[in-house]
Structures are given as structure tokens and as C-alpha cells.
Design a binder for this molecule. Structure first.
Ligand SMILES: [Fe+2]
Length: 127
């Protein structure tokens, strides 16, 4: 059963999709079930992928990771997202090669989840 905000990837063509509304069906692409991208935080490479969150008055500065992630054409962070759970509000910032893997977000929430997506190593979340 798919769940809201889950990320799925097609192993064949590389499409990546996010579930906005749960309908109940299975996600299929290129005639194969899509792979659920699980949110990692303790796997190998965590120092370059787990988002580090710094709070500063009404801003959250999110850095990926404790050792800066590469931002080359071949290997980069595609986006960083904060989910303000108590406000029902999600902000996603898309990055491109050459950008810093670091984003300041305005934040008025007390309950935030942070995720980042690497084009090679998938989905990561803050601890
Ligand atoms: Fe990576």
C-alpha cells in the first residue's frame, strides 16, 4: 500500500515520483512495479548524505551532510525538503550541479522532518 509523500523510482527509465494522494493502486512504470525509496539515515555514506539541520531564529539551515556532498553533473543532491508536520506545509528546494548542498528555509514549525535526494544514493532523512 502506498503512502502519502513516499518516493518511488523506476529501475528501467529512472522516473522518480512522489505520492500526493493515496488511491490504493500499485505504482508501475515501464511495465514493472516502481521501487519504494526508503529514507536512510544510518547507511554507508551517511556523512555525505544525512541532512544536518541548524536552527537560527525563524530559519532552518539544512546542509547535506556533515561532510559536504559532491555537486557534480554525475553525482549531486537533486533536492532538499522540509515538512512542517504541524502546519501541513512542505517546502522543496531543487538544486543543480555546482550549487552548494545547503539551503536556508523560513520555518515557523516546531515539528519538522527533513529529507534530501541524491541522484545516485537515493533518499535520506535527518536523524
Ligand atoms: Fe550521493
Amino acid at each position: 500500500m502506498v503512502e502519502k509523500n513516499e518516493i518511488y523510482k523506476c529501475d528501467v527509465c529512472g522516473n522518480v515520483v512522489e505520492v500526493l494522494t493515496v488511491g490504493g493502486g500499485q505504482l508501475v512504470c515501464c511495465n514493472k512495479p516502481m521501487e519504494l525509496m526508503t529514507e536512510k539515515s544510518d547507511d554507508e555514506g551517511q556523512e555525505k548524505h544525512v541532512p544536518i539541520v541548524e536552527k537560527n531564529e525563524d530559519k532552518l539551515i539544512v546542509k547535506v551532510g556533515s561532510v559536504s556532498h559532491p555537486m557534480t553533473e554525475e553525482h549531486h543532491i537533486e533536492w532538499i525538503e522540509i515538512n512542517m508536520l504541524d502546519l501541513g506545509k512542505i517546502i522543496k528546494k531543487y538544486l543543480k550541479p555546482g550549487d552548494k548542498p545547503e539551503v536556508p528555509f523560513c520555518n515557523h514549525s516546531k515539528n519538522v522532518e527533513v529529507r534530501a535526494y541524491c541522484n545516485l544514493h537515493g533518499l535520506w532523512k535527518s536523524k
